[in-house]
Design a protein around this ligand. Structure first.
Ligand code: GLN
Length: 495
């Protein structure tokens, strides 16, 4: 077996049994990156030397009997997580040469547990997008292609497109990602891998470049549900450096995967049956229901009546917070600075922000500034906050009737790199099934469950109660076993 084909769990076992060393495993991934990254562009920065040094230190710790839970496992880190001494760009020119002096809590937790970092994964600029097409470092290509149209290059989804493409193409065993409106689940679904956005507050946001602070959550993507569970355990935990971090115990998520779904009540929200939804998405959803029922779950019809307002609500709240968070990129303290000989302070701001931000980020800043402006605050921002409360209440009511909710992950399979790029509204529709979980702060998992008629991966989504990722993992594992998704992308290290 090619070493990049291990699951994360399989790699840990192989390391424990001495079948492979971390240096060998890391080198195999670096070779794979060397071979495929020039085409896929999944990594913005590859930290090969550092990775091999970390792997060597890891092998030594293992030899000394001090192996951590992720000892020696090579990972990709979304380039939104600050990594001490390694450039962190957020996919933007405005941070292009920013080298953080500190480590994000989540990446620090992974290092503490023995992980090896291969490099920084590409993303939409400031995590704004659904295709990875807005990165200042160029788009990422999905390692999958359509059966009858192999030459059309497809998007990996976004914003965590580099993370998802890297994991699918075997350029990492797992990766960190972030999800503000779907950026873990949608790229996972497009790339045929698993990904979980945990409950808001589960993972610290300290050192994660902020997009929309009340929605942003870190989480893992990996090739199996169990691998996500292993990674999430290390990433999670209370952090006094993040005021919204939850001081709750971190369960053994991997143990929860094997619980089964017998007796669980699975909610099927009627509002997720969209007009014009492709038939194959509806069919996959029905298949998911049948799988869970066959394993002993009970299906219940539920209603989430405010779902139809979720996208517009998200596209008011997220830009509002973004416009505020991105005010810090002013050319004064760090990152890009653009001046002219006669620049005053205002001119410095204008030049720096005009040159440093891409079109989508500028669009969000303008929307956000507009909805927060004195004349429109009540009509848009305050109204959106009220609708957000109703969306949350829909879920509170649903949990009276069910223990988890099953929906499709995305309304379509991956699309072409040239499609939708100049139609922001079509792009925003990608998040129709995912944004509600962010607005309500709930955990959501995407699991690869089948192939489209074109041979592309399609995912199902499992939503759960706040801080009940364990049930989400149990349901996700049940779907994963039933789906037995063994298809492989054409572009992968071992092909
Ligand atoms: N696609 C959504 C957006 O563009 C979500 C992004 C995310 O979750 N970071 O805002």
């Amino acid at each position: 077996m090619h070493p990049t084909d291990f699951t994360l769990r399989g790699a840990l076992d192989a390391l424990n049994e001495g079948i492979i060393s971390s240096v060998e495993l890391t080198q195999a991934h670096l070779d794979a990156i060397g071979k495929l990254n020039p085409r896929l562009n999944a990594y913005i920065t590859v930290t090969g030397e550092q990775a091999l040094a970390q792997a060597k230190a890891s092998d030594n710790r293992r030899a000394d009997g001090g192996a951590g839970p992720l000892e020696g496992v090579p990972l990709a880190i979304k380039d939104l997580f600050c990594t001490a001494g390694t450039r962190t760009t957020a996919g933007s020119k405005i941070l292009g040469n920013f080298v953080p002096p500190y480590e994000s809590t989540v990446s620090g937790n992974l290092l503490r547990d023995g992980a090896v970092f291969l490099g920084k994964a590409n993303l939409d600029e400031f995590a704004m997008g659904s295709s990875n097409g807005t990165s200042a470092f160029g788009p990422v290509e999905n390692p999958w292609s359509r059966r009858n149209d192999p030459d059309t290059r497809l998007v990996p989804g976004g914003s965590s497109g580099g993370s998802a493409a890297a994991v699918a193409a075997r350029l990492a065993l797992g990766a960190t990602a972030t999800d503000t409106g779907g950026s873990i689940r949608q790229p996972a679904a497009f790339c045929g891998i698993a990904g979980i956005k945990p409950t808001y507050g589960r993972c610290s946001r300290f050192g994660v470049v902020a997009f929309a602070s009340s929605l942003d959550q870190a989480g893992p993507v990996a090739r199996t549900v169990e691998d996500c569970a292993i990674l999430l355990k290390s990433m999670s935990g209370f952090d006094p450096k993040d005021s919204t971090s939850a001081d709750v115990p971190v369960p053994d998520f991997a143990a929860a995967c094997a619980r089964g779904v017998k007796g669980l009540r699975i909610g099927i929200p009627k509002e997720y049956r969209l007009d014009g939804m492709p038939a194959e998405i509806g069919a996959l959803w029905q298949q998911g229901m049948d799988w869970l029922r066959a394993q002993g779950a009970e299906l219940v019809d539920i209603s989430l009546p405010h779902t139809k307002h979720a996208l517009p609500t998200y596209y008011v709240v997220a830009p509002a917070e973004a416009s505020s968070n991105l005010a810090r990129y002013d050319g004064v303290r760090y990152g890009l600075r653009q001046t002219a000989a006669d620049s005053d302070l205002r001119d410095l701001y204008e030049r720096t922000r005009a040159a440093g931000f891409g079109d989508e980020v500028k669009r969000r800043i303008m929307i956000g500034t507009y909805v927060l402006s004195a004349g429109y605050y009540d009509a848009y921002y305050l109204k959106a906050q009220k609708v957000r409360a109703l969306i949350r209440r829909d879920f509170d009511e649903a949990w009276q009737k069910c223990d988890a909710i099953l929906t499709p992950a995305t309304p379509s399979a991956a699309f072409g790199m040239d499609e939708k790029q100049d139609d922001p509204v079509a792009m925003y529709l990608n998040d129709v099934f995912t944004v509600t979980a962010n607005l309500a702060g709930l955990p959501g998992l995407a699991v690869p469950a089948g192939l489209s008629a074109e041979g592309l991966p399609l995912g199902l989504q499992v939503l759960g109660r706040a801080f009940d990722e364990e049930t989400v993992f149990a349901v996700g594992t049940a779907l994963e076993h039933a789906a037995n998704f063994t298809a492989l992308p054409g572009l992968r290290a071992s092909a």
